[in-house]
Design a binder for this molecule. Structure first.
Ligand code: BGC
Ligand code: BGC
Length: 621
């Protein structure tokens, strides 16, 4: 059990503050609206404890400076409330401060898992915390400590690995980076360890998020209504597994999914976010046993538990009062409402008045929230230093991201040592729009919730990286060329997605991608394929045609990191952090499944012999 985060004097100050608070002020602290829903003056009037930016909850214009002004205005409102309790502003900085145009975007966690490099992840945690703090934000909804078991899940890339030990180690390292020189220092950032628990163990087909019956009450989907493309995504499998039901037994839940929370708490995490999913048929947001008995009791978690976005609404669709009562009694301390916060406040007020929620439960919730605020030193310095703005997207952080990209690449096939390429060699054919698509290489949770295509933020595409490395490159987006080349590099990408919008029943390459591969194959003696994806894809049929395969995941803004390794300036060292399935029949993951490549696979080039590494051809393919 982790020691209490506060000194006894600090604990006393929390008790004293609690005694001076009215019930409304307490409920205000437990309420978290999204910034686009908050009416001016309401943070002061209702003593709101927190505000968040959802994915894409950006100011206009989207600059680091205007982020700071936007967040600062909420802090000022909090300071004007009767008790002046500082506000916690929360963001999803899940691969760098990814909503902010100009911030450094690091590889998504699946790529960091392939590095197996805890020290690197610690440094990324520190750099991310500095960029987040620069915008006056001290709370980050990361790390996801999901342990994905079915790569059809749209959130696979948010997980470091299918392996519990890898997840625990890297999550703890990120949290240490968030802490920096101490939680009470003004550049620490409170992690939100998510999504408690077994979010990544749900069964395909059990998600109810996009059911006709629930759509009517779901404001997120109504607002995000993606028209025809949404309908098409539903056909491909959107919201089939994300937010679904996990049927695993308790022993598996404890062995596979609980240890990362333990590691995170030991590293000092004082916030946990609850999963949208269910366990054995009951929504996690209503799981008293797991939230209160296991997390707060057994693990001795002294921090606070926050709900996910509009998630309590799913406990009893259509009966909000019952949702509120069950969630708070299960152990939720703060609710990410995110829209109609006055409805939440009124509902919880009624529940306390009628005795359905006890005052001691409210006190416990507020005590936990105040504990985190005191631990972060917010009462002494509710604001951060504006000079930090210079660090957003700075050269040092971009160099770190480039290092992360280099280390995240996994070389899965290399017949006849086609890689590394010789920068002084003949002209290289690079094909595929994805080679020059910064949005695609960043993936979801980049500037907007779903991410996008093209130059969404400053950065370097793979193509620009290859060009900058000095080699001669001919770029053909569609692979239609009028002569032959000794080596072709085809870059294929999944279109960006987030959450259940990325659930897919079919992980095969598209017909367009296969056609592109065939065109380039016909024009090149040797074919190198670079995959930009949030998970392993089904490539068994095409792989024999390729001389080399590099899994590059979702590398982020620093595309030179890929060129560094393709040209042999740096060695390949990444190892798969997931099994690579042979076919769809091998999903979800299970011991008897056939694998194209197992967890841990990855050819390595030795730093001293990069040019002629003498690699063995991958025997199986
Ligand atoms: C996601 C969380 C995220 C939250 C706030 C939810 O939809 O599940 O991971 O932290 O939104 O953006
Ligand atoms: C996400 C938010 C996002 C919103 C879009 C939520 O589920 O978590 O981050 O902005 O949907 O409507």
């Amino acid at each position: 059990m982790a020691p209490h985060p506060l000194s006894s004097a600090q604990q006393q100050s929390v008790e004293q503050l609690l005694e001076t608070m009215t019930l409304s002020e307490k409920i205000g602290q437990m309420t978290q609206p999204e910034k686009n829903s908050v009416k001016p003056g309401d943070v002061t009037r209702l003593s709101l404890g927190s505000v968040l930016s959802g994915g894409g909850g950006n100011p206009d214009p989207n600059t680091p400076q205007s982020w700071r002004e936007m967040v600062g205005a909420f802090h000022e409102e909090a300071q004007q409330s009767r008790l002046g309790i500082p506000l916690l502003y929360g963001v999803d900085a899940v691969h760098g401060h990814n909503n902010v145009v100009g911030a450094t975007v690091f590889p998504h966690n699946i790529g960091l898992g392939a590095t197996r490099d805890a020290d690197l992840v610690r440094r990324i945690g520190r750099a991310t915390a500095l960029e987040v703090a620069a915008t006056d934000v001290r709370w980050d909804f990361a790390p996801a400590v999901s342990v994905p078991q079915d790569v059809r899940w749209g959130r696979t890339y948010e997980g470091y690995s299918q392996d519990t030990g890898v997840v625990s180690e890297l999550a703890a390292a990120l949290i240490e980076g968030f802490r920096g020189d101490g939680w009470a220092t003004p550049t620490s950032v409170l992690p939100s360890v998510k999504h408690f628990i077994a979010d990544a163990a749900t069964t395909w087909g059990t998600s109810r998020r996009a059911d006709r019956s629930t759509l009517a009450t779901d404001r997120t989907l109504a607002i995000a209504q993606m028209g025809q493309s949404f309908v098409e995504l539903l056909d491909l499998g959107a919201w089939q597994i994300d937010q679904g039901n996990s049927e695993i037994d308790e022993a598996t839940l404890r062995a596979v999914h609980l240890p990362p929370y333990q590691a995170a708490i030991e590293a000092g995490a004082l916030n946990v976010m609850v999963s949208y999913s269910s366990w054995q048929g009951l929504k996690m947001h209503a799981q008293h046993y797991l939230l209160t008995e296991v997390l707060k009791g057994e693990l001795g978690f002294a921090g606070f538990v926050v709900s996910d976005w509009e998630a309590i609404d799913q406990i009893h669709p259509g009966d909000y009062d019952r949702c509120v009562v069950d969630a708070i009694n299960a152990g939720l301390d703060m609710v990410m409402v995110p829209f109609d916060y006055e409805r939440f406040i009124a509902s919880l007020g009624r529940a306390v008045q009628s005795g359905q929620v006890s005052e001691s439960r409210i006190d416990d919730a507020v005590r936990r929230i105040l504990t985190a605020k005191v631990a972060l030193g917010l009462f002494e310095h509710p604001r951060t230093d504006p000079a930090l703005l210079n660090l957003v997207g700075c050269a040092e952080h971009r160099t770190l991201a480039r290092e992360a990209v280099q280390k995240s690449l996994v070389l899965l096939k290399n017949v006849g040592d086609v890689l590394p390429l010789d920068p002084a060699g003949p002209e290289l054919l690079v094909a595929g729009e994805a080679a020059d698509d910064l949005g695609a290489q960043c993936g979801g949770w980049t500037i907007s919730w779903m991410g996008g295509h093209g130059p969404v933020t400053p950065g370097t595409t793979l193509l620009e990286g290859l060009q900058a490395a000095g080699g001669q490159v001919h770029f053909s987006p569609d692979g239609v060329v009028d002569r032959d080349y000794p080596v072709g590099v085809v870059v294929l990408a999944e279109a960006p997605y987030a959450e259940g919008m990325g659930d897919r029943s079919d992980l095969s390459l598209s017909a367009d991608q296969v056609a592109l591969l065939e065109r380039v194959r016909a024009r090149c003696t040797r074919l190198v394929v670079v995959l930009l994806s949030g998970r392993p894809l089904i490539i068994t049929e095409q792989l024999p045609q390729w001389d080399a395969l590099v899994a590059a995941w979702l590398p982020g803004t620093e595309g030179q990191g890929v060129a560094d390794v393709l040209y042999g300036e740096r060695p390949f060292t990444g190892k798969l952090s997931f099994d690579w399935p042979h076919s769809h029949a091998d999903l979800p993951r299970r011991p008897e499944a056939t694998l194209l490549f197992p967890l841990g696979a990855g050819l390595t080039t030795d730093a001293d012999s990069i040019r002629f590494p003498g690699l063995q051809d991958n025997a199986k393919v």
